[in-house]
Design a protein around this ligand. Structure first.
Ligand SMILES: Cc1cc2nc3c(=O)[nH]c(=O)nc-3n(C[C@H](O)[C@H](O)[C@H](O)COP(=O)(O)O)c2cc1C
Length: 246
């Protein structure tokens, strides 16, 4: 179709990197591309911490559930939702940001996600590989201390970047008719379509693991979703200034 669409459609997460550092001009381009993402009312409610220090990456790797590729990648980004700077802006105008609104929490979380995905695409367009790291929320308090995040800033996810040293196969996505609804949400065929997707993903897992992992998407989702994870988050977010009163 075109270069941009081809790039988007060739995405796969990369978890093994060459040791080559990422040139500074690449980092600059990635960050300025991230900054051009749309932002709710132009609040730009996010920050990103770039980590190259080996010791710090090692610590973040441990704090994120021993995901070794965090220590091994040349550059690790911690993407943060950020209302701190907006608080400062309000103070400059002798006003106060209303604290604890669910709306501002969603705004900041959406803003950082859009910026991060822009960065991911920019990085991939430069020949880099990336993987997002939700594991950064495993021990939010410790990550906050390590990165000296002020109140009203919280790490939403991390992102490893580096030149790929692997070529994994692509993960099959849900059928488009499950996620794209025309005019109204269509529930009439969800179960049947998911059965088809289960066959597709079962074949994918068998092939990827040379027959060792015999699972499918609904089994995986059910395993993941039957227990609540990261239950510390509500208290952590309250402590960080994101208490939900409104
Ligand atoms: C917000 C977010 C958090 C993620 N966290 C992790 C993680 O902690 N560790 C990991 O190996 N992959 C993580 N991933 C990568 C997903 O597992 C991956 O994107 C998904 O399985 C689809 O595979 P693909 O990116 O190769 O197409 C995360 C992805 C997202 C979007």
């Amino acid at each position: 179709m075109n270069e941009t669409i081809n790039l988007l459609k060739s995405h796969r997460s990369i978890r093994k990197y060459k040791s080559d550092p990422i040139p500074q001009e690449y980092v600059d381009e990635i960050i300025t591309s991230a900054q051009m993402a749309s932002s709710s009312s132009h609040v730009q409610a996010y920050s990103v911490i770039g980590v190259t220090d080996q010791e710090k990456k090692k610590e973040l790797s441990i704090l994120s559930g021993n995901q070794t590729y965090i220590a091994d990648c040349p550059l690790f980004f911690v993407w943060c939702a950020d209302l701190y700077r907006l608080q400062v802006a309000c103070e400059m105008e002798k006003t106060e940001i209303v604290s604890g609104t669910m709306e501002n929490f969603i705004v900041a979380t959406a803003d950082v996600t859009l910026a991060a995905q822009n960065a991911a695409i920019a990085a991939e367009s430069l020949g880099l590989g990336i993987v997002y790291i939700g594991g950064i929320r495993n021990q939010s308090k410790e990550v906050t201390e390590l990165l000296q995040l002020p109140k009203l800033v919280y790490p939403v996810f991390g992102m490893c970047l580096g030149f790929p040293d692997q070529e994994p196969s692509q993960r099959p996505r849900l059928q488009t008719n499950l996620i794209y609804h025309q005019e109204v949400y269509n529930t009439s065929n969800t179960t049947n379509e998911l059965k088809i997707y289960n066959q597709i993903t079962n074949e994918y897992y068998l092939e990827r693991t040379k027959g060792k992992v015999n699972t499918n998407w609904s089994k995986q989702m059910s395993n993941k979703l039957q227990t609540a994870s990261r239950k510390h988050l509500r208290k952590y977010l309250e402590d960080q200034g994101f208490g939900f009163s409104e």
